[in-house]
Design a protein around this ligand. Structure first.
Ligand code: HEM
Ligand code: SF4
Length: 559
């Protein structure tokens, strides 16, 4: 994985020293609240319900075991012994003390990590596919480009004060696992018939208050121009984005307002000035960065392993886990493994310091010392030999990390909601728990098959509810918490936005409603049909009828 050079390290170290002094002056009363706010936000520090919240960047979701061990150590020494892995492949700490944050940042810097640009109106952490580099049908490994984009975007002076935050996702696989279509810029790496690498560029996607699926700005640009092309898009956005209205400030609103043709025209006009200029990438630069992502020293292994097959045949629980949590690998005899952070009763995405240490050890022993974070808020060991899967499973299971529910109804994406976030309209963690408790029968979950259920505590949509097969959104009505249900959203190559089914529900009713929805699915399902396919085939009406009675009542109060 990428290792900091002297420049990277110096930038991060200098920032820690700066922030230490800023915090000291704030605590001494020499900086006002207003003066300190932008300074802390530039270092990922929010003020939340109970305490500051620190968002730590994990570039493209890739961590070394050493970094994860440090994160565990930080949560134990400076927080309450756990952290929250987020939908943007970051880690959030919910309980740090303000006066400790400079020390935390110094600890992070000692393992080549930071919290810079995890907040504020700048280019945020670049995200990508959690199986990048190991997935069998990958077109291009997106990580070197993601790293180049990280270097380009960190401290980019021109883009430090954009109209609004800016999220870039990179995908290099046939199947989009980075949700590029709901990002400000989505970059999809492709190869043409001649084997040359290019990029399909999407822009103007995003969730939040106004969810919009991005549009294609360019079907193909040569990879050498990826930075200049992104700069052209950012310049158009920086010039015309709605700084006067934060609700309309995201690039998605600009793309809609101009129309994709006019937006593209402006981007191309801007691009014409810089195309082929100093920011053009060279093969030498790509090679330099790509050298950090060269394949691990994989052993030459057979396609199958007798001990693995025997363990699978002997142990149904292990077999179930291999079905849901083990994924194909491009190298024979290896597999990628998802460690579920979604057992019933734990806030989705939370991991304790002990769990992080266990995962770091597993990574060292069986996965070349690396791991990844998925935007579904799980951890991935990307390079496990088949013969080691049983051992990994036993350790993971003992640590509560082997719930075989990946891609199933209880693998819920869920924001921290009202338990932690001061923007929330409603709690979301207890809703996730009530659904997990209701569907705590693994056999039944297996029968139901793939269902994505996503929960956000407010319309900011941190929990991606718009693109869940089932989406749950916390809404406020006269000061109390209600939940709006939507159906039919999806992520990936067929990204679509969900539709609201009707008026919202009290917290205590949500699990019942989900059960009714699942009931309709079970009745209507043909063969092994997936939930989302049934929703698309039969439409929302049968679900509305079951949930609201027949005929479905019109949208009423509490919405
Ligand atoms: C706890 C403190 C948090 C605060 C104050 C916060 C704040 C916000 C705000 C204001 C937005 C809306 C931006 C807009 O207008 O477009 C937003 C969106 C978002 N946040 Fe958070 N957030 C928090 C936690 C999280 C967490 C824990 C996650 C991941 C689990 C997350 C991931 C996202 C994502 C994915 C969006 C998507 C919206 C989009 O695509 O436009 N945030 N957040
Ligand atoms: S969706 Fe709303 S409640 Fe949930 S973390 Fe984001 S801002 Fe907070």
């Amino acid at each position: 994985m990428y290792r900091y050079d002297a420049y990277d390290q110096r930038l991060v170290d200098e920032r820690v020293a700066q922030f230490r002094d800023q915090t000291r002056r704030y605590l001494a009363g020499q900086l006002s609240e207003d003066e300190f706010r932008p300074l802390r936000l530039q270092n990922g520090l929010y003020i939340q319900r109970h305490a500051p919240m620190l968002r730590i960047a994990v570039p493209y979701g890739l961590l070394s075991s050493r970094q994860l061990r440090k994160l565990a150590d930080i949560t134990r020494r400076y927080d309450r012994g756990y952290g929250h892995f987020s939908t943007r492949q970051n880690l959030q700490l919910n309980w740090p003390k303000l006066e400790d944050v400079p020390d935390i940042l110094a600890e992070l810097a000692s393992v080549e990590m930071h919290a810079i640009q995890t907040s504020g109106n700048c280019i945020r952490n670049i995200t990508t596919d959690e199986f990048a580099g190991v997935t069998p049908d990958e077109v291009v490994d997106p990580r070197p480009i993601a790293e180049i984009l990280r270097q380009w975007s960190t401290f980019h002076p021109e883009f430090a004060l954009l109209p609004r935050k800016f999220k870039i996702a990179v995908n290099g696989n046939h199947e989009d696992r980075a949700v590029v279509r709901v990002h400000d810029i989505g970059l999809e790496f492709l190869r043409n018939e001649a084997g040359e690498v290019g990029v399909k560029v999407w822009a103007g996607g995003g969730l939040g208050r106004t969810p919009i699926i991005g549009e294609v700005v360019s079907e193909w640009i040569d990879w050498q121009h990826v930075i200049t092309y992104c700069e052209a898009i950012l310049r158009v956005y920086n010039r015309h984005g709605r700084r006067d209205n934060s609700y309309k400030a995201r690039i998605k609103i600009l793309v809609k307002a101009l129309g994709i043709e006019e937006f593209r025209r402006q981007v191309e006009a801007e691009f014409a000035h810089t195309k082929g200029g100093a920011m053009t990438l060279t093969q030498a630069e790509l090679d330099r960065v790509a050298a950090h992502f060269t394949p691990h020293p994989y052993a030459t292994l057979p396609e199958t392993d007798a001990s693995f097959e025997a363990a699978r045949a002997a142990d149904p629980a292990f077999a179930a886990w291999t079905k849901r949590c083990v994924h194909p690998h491009r190298v024979p005899g290896y597999r990628a493994v998802t460690l579920s952070l979604k057992p019933t009763g734990i806030a989705p995405g939370d991991a304790t310091a002990e769990q992080m240490e266990i995962v770091a050890n597993l990574a060292d022993e069986h996965s070349f010392g690396e791991l990844r974070i998925s935007h579904e808020q799980n951890l991935i060991l990307a390079d496990v030999p088949l013969a080691k899967l049983h051992e990994v499973w036993k350790t993971a299971r003992a640590a509560g990390l082997a719930t075989p529910n990946i891609g199933l109804l209880t693998d819920i994406i869920c924001c921290p909601g009202g338990d932690f976030c001061s923007l929330a309209n409603a709690k979301s963690i207890p809703i996730a728990q009530s659904i997990q408790e209701r569907f705590d029968n693994l056999d039944y979950l297996f029968d139901l098959g793939e269902i994505e259920l996503n929960i956000s505590g407010c319309m900011n949509s941190c929990g991606h509810h718009h693109v869940g097969h089932i989406g749950i959104l916390g809404v406020d009505k006269d000061g109390s918490e209600w939940y709006q249900i939507s159906l039919g959203g999806s992520q990936g190559n067929d990204t679509r936005l969900a539709q609201v089914i009707g008026r919202s529900f009290a917290a205590g009713d949500v699990a019942d409603v989900i059960e009714k929805i699942i009931g309709v699915f079970v009745e209507q399902r043909e063969g092994d049909e997936r939930f989302i396919d049934v929703v698309r085939r039969i439409g929302l009406d049968p679900f509305k009828h079951r949930v609201y009675g027949t005929p479905a009542k019109k949208e009423a109060a509490h919405v």
